[in-house]
Design a protein around this ligand. Structure first.
Ligand SMILES: NC(=O)c1ccc[n+]([C@@H]2O[C@H](COP(=O)([O-])OP(=O)(O)OC[C@H]3O[C@@H](n4cnc5c(N)ncnc54)[C@H](OP(=O)(O)O)[C@@H]3O)[C@@H](O)[C@H]2O)c1
Length: 254
């Protein structure tokens, strides 16, 4: 089934990352006009905007730890698009720290992860809310926020303890925000399992094979699986809010 987002206006944070890129392309391929939020990858956002299907996409400086910059980004979206119907909070960071090595999990690492992965979701949502509230083009008449969380929120397994906790916080905020922002805005989490992005491809084949073998569906996720879930959340699941959509091949069952 082709999901039609023609006429919808979307903003993706972390738009040039491994998942953000696929999500941004997926939204554009479904007809949406997309603002491509970047932190450091200005050139990458320009290049991606130029090759995406459709027209009028907007590379946009949007560091999620800088609320003044987010206010400027909101103003730019309003000026270029006239409003916003879909927000995807995709920007996220982590560092690999073994869970039993608490000494290596330094305060600065903790603060940085929480600032981007948790505070960034709140700050971006806060900046974009007036436009989302005013949206009359959301699918099913509602604007939508899709928060990219992680299987780590549920399993407590992931790159480090605080990363897992940050994604649990995202899923929890999806619940609170879905209630608080209703009825005008739906809020959903999309929770990927391990995705075969460039970073994961750079790890050993044996390790990747082991991860795939532990997954009931027998493979790692591709970025397009996550993009499909975001497009479905935006354009198809119009009576769903406050839900966490797992896109993990059933890994927690394995
Ligand atoms: N990859 C996986 O297997 C996986 C699994 C589950 C969940 N996730 C989640 O999916 C999301 C995307 O992951 P990914 O694999 O695509 O990561 P990635 O390739 O490392 O990309 C991270 C993105 O976040 C942006 N970013 C970092 N700090 C930022 C800040 N302060 N302000 C705004 N943007 C910032 C980066 O922007 P610039 O490049 O412009 O600096 C980049 O676009 C993250 O939330 C991650 O936790 C990933």
């Amino acid at each position: 089934m082709k999901i039609d987002l023609t006429g919808k206006r979307a903003f993706v944070t972390g738009a040039t990352g491994g998942l953000g890129r696929a999500i941004t392309i997926g939204l554009a391929a479904s007809g949406a006009r997309v603002a491509l939020g970047y932190n450091s990858a200005a050139a990458g956002a320009e290049a991606l905007a130029a090759l995406m299907p459709g027209e009028g996409h907007l590379p946009l400086r949007a560091p999620v730890t800088d609320s003044a910059a987010l206010a400027e980004a909101a103003a730019e979206i309003r000026a270029a698009f006239g409003g916003l119907d879909i927000l995807v909070n995709c920007a996220g960071i982590t560092r690999f720290v073994p869970h039993d090595d608490l000494d290596a999990l330094e305060d600065q690492i903790i603060d940085d992860i929480l600032a981007v992965n948790v505070r960034g979701v709140v700050a971006t949502t806060r900046a974009m809310r007036p436009m989302l509230d005013a949206s009359d083009r959301g699918a099913g008449g509602k604007a939508v926020i899709v928060n990219i969380s992680s299987i780590a929120a549920r399993t407590g397994m992931g790159s480090n303890i605080v990363y897992c906790a940050s994604k649990a916080a995202v899923d929890n905020m999806t619940l609170s925000l879905a209630r608080a922002l209703s009825p005008k805005i739906r809020v959903l989490s999309v929770a990927p399992g391990l995705v075969d992005t460039d970073f994961v491809k750079s790890l050993s084949q044996d390790w990747r094979d082991e991860q795939a073998a532990r997954t009931p569906l027998g493979a790692l996720a591709q970025p397009e699986h996550i993009a499909d879930a975001v497009v479905a959340a935006a354009g198809l699941l119009t009576y769903s809010t406050g839900a966490v959509i797992a896109v993990d091949g059933g890994r927690p069952l394995g």
